[in-house]
Design a protein around this ligand. Structure first.
Ligand code: DGI
Ligand code: FE
Ligand code: FE
Length: 243
């Protein structure tokens, strides 16, 4: 059993390349910060962050070989781009190598690259933390996304899924159907949530929350110009993440 943070960190430092290791620490840290914000178990979120890329030490063909060897189910999309398999093999390693038994943590690691329909709070925390951690510098909207992540986790997750799909389309990479259904499901979840929030508070219905999904326009609302929320709105948002 290696379920001790310092032991796992030391082990990962040896196994991952230096940039990946720094990214891993960044995701661990960001998971902790988001867990504080959204009232999730901080240690569980940290452990998911720390281990999420533990299988990144292997190149694509090796990931495929190891998954087949362990009878981890491989989809055609994963066969086409085996780098996707670091999520599934990572969950396997978190359990078998690092002794993590908690299924919520294992599942968050398993779905951290594509997302999935019906993501749990931890799934979303990890997905978002992976995208915004301090070492990341690739996505052009990072400043807005970072702010958004601490205002509304669902909207942030949706915006990142959308940006990921746009990036995949632009770069001509094969899109895993799971990435698409995860995005569609999150879009539905956010619009249903906004609709029911408007129904319960008709006097405050400004139409602002009725938009389908998230657009670059709505991402902008998380920039400087965004008005301050009322106390009631804040209360409602906190309720969304109480569990
Ligand atoms: O492991 P990280 O680089 O920290 O982050 P990640 O696990 O989110 O993986 C990001 C990479 O995965 C990025 O290059 C985009 C890619 N990816 C995400 N969804 C898909 C995908 N690649 C393919 N081919 N298809 C997808 O649907
Ligand atoms: Fe990853
Ligand atoms: Fe990562």
């Amino acid at each position: 059993m290696m379920e001790q943070f310092s032991v796992i960190r030391k082990h990962l430092k040896k196994k991952l390349d230096p940039r990946r290791f720094e990214h891993t620490l960044g995701v661990e840290f960001t998971c902790a910060a988001l867990a504080m914000r959204y009232g999730y178990d901080i240690k569980k979120a940290q452990l998911a962050g720390l281990l999420h890329d533990c299988a990144k030490r292997y190149p694509g063909p090796e990931l495929l070989r190891r998954c087949l060897e362990r009878e981890i189910p491989v989809t055609p999309a994963e066969e086409a781009d085996p780098s996707l398999l670091h999520a599934k093999l990572g969950a396997w390693m978190a359990k078998e190598k690092y002794g993590v038994e908690d299924e919520e943590i294992l599942e968050a690691i398993r779905c951290h690259t594509t997302g999935k329909p019906g993501m749990s709070l931890l799934d979303k925390l990890l997905y978002v933390a992976d995208y915004i951690e301090p070492e990341r510098d690739t996505a052009p909207e990072l400043t807005q996304f970072r702010k958004m992540a601490f205002i509304d986790l669902d909207e942030a997750c949706l915006a990142m899924m959308k940006a990921n799909l746009e990036y995949l389309r632009e770069s001509g990479r094969t899109i895993d159907p799971m990435t698409e259904v995860a995005y569609e499901d999150m879009k539905r979840e956010v619009s249903e949530r906004n609709r029911s929030a408007n129904e319960t508070m008709p006097e405050r219905d400004t139409g602002e929350n009725q938009k389908e999904g998230t657009t670059v326009g709505s991402v902008k609302k998380y920039g400087k110009a965004r008005r301050r929320s009322t106390g009631r709105e804040k209360g409602r948002r906190y309720q969304n993440y109480r569990h």
